[in-house]
Design a protein around this ligand. Sequence first.
Ligand code: PLP
Length: 380
Amino acid sequence: MDRWIEVDLAKLTHNFRLIRQYVAPEIKILAVVKADGYGHGLVGVGKHFASLGADYLGVTEIAEGVMLREAGISVPILIFAPFLAEDLSRLAQYDLTATISSLAMLKSLGEADPPFKCHLKLETGLGRTGFSLNDLSEGIIQLGNYPQITVEGVYTHLATAMWKNNQYVKEQMAVFEQGVQLLETSGYKNLLKHAANSAALIKYPNYHLDMVRVGTILYGQEGGAYQRQLGGALQDSWCLKSRITAIEYLPKGHGVGYERAFITKRPTKIAIVPVGYSHGLGIEPIMRTRKLKDLLKVLAKTLLRYANHNRMQLYGQINHQRAPIVGKIGMQLAMIDITDVAEATVGDTVILPARRTLIDPTIVKIYLDEEKINHNAQKI
Ligand SMILES: *Cc1c(COP(=O)(O)O)cnc(C)c1O
């Protein structure tokens, strides 16, 4: 195998249990497995979290829900995002729970035949999808005409849960509370209410409501950051690996790769690894920055990268030793300076740094649990 992602199921179990213990037992847990399970493989982690007792799974699109059902998963699956009317028949067919987030969506779903379940999404300040309070009043009236739609829950999504300042979260939750009141006085009494993502789950225990929707921290991405609250460190469950497919020897002063972006400073041993930017290696999203300070950070990083500064250096790991990735990362190949790695040879395994949600989802996943670790060690 040329490249693969190792997913450590024992670590996912550890993270799930830490979170399960932190959240009161009567509160449900929705495990978010969108975007190929945050790079871990949609079906692989979907099955795992269902087996650990996740009450719901959450995905963005109907197609993701269909894949989970086709893999035999039977826990409730909530689809977060709006979808086109043409995809609607698959909701009932695969027993998926839709999110209805606008009057237009309610109308198009209401005019369809098959019965289905939904959660209503309220727009409380994220500025993305959801009913405003005005539209919700109208929506409640409309719902009376559509007996085939069962409303099981109501939720919202927070824009600033990661901030220290809690003012905007409070404002959003106040709007949400008004929406819930409106539903309750209209007879929708026992709805499942939920608002908290990972950051809110940790920071706002009073907003756990009936269910939390947890993604990021399930996969251990924040490492030890929440150790104090959770009573233990989250563990990183994801690792991109490849193997050295060739080794080249270059003299001092030789360029490595396109545009000679790296020039050897000594006789150099270079490992060729079959992973490049088309697989997601070296890719980082450049998001629109909110503050001038953040823009300056992005610019500083770009400059440091230009100057080949140590802080921006990416490293692979071979035989437990760190080795710098040198030159421009190619479409499907990268070069690693292994001059200082004792006895590295063709076929050796390399651990590569990458952003898990930016990695090509077609890369094979290998799920490690205690039994399989030995088995895979032999195979690879
Ligand atoms: C992605 C997502 C989550 C999970 O967010 P994390 O910050 O990764 O925990 C929760 N709710 C909705 C609607 C989402 O889209």
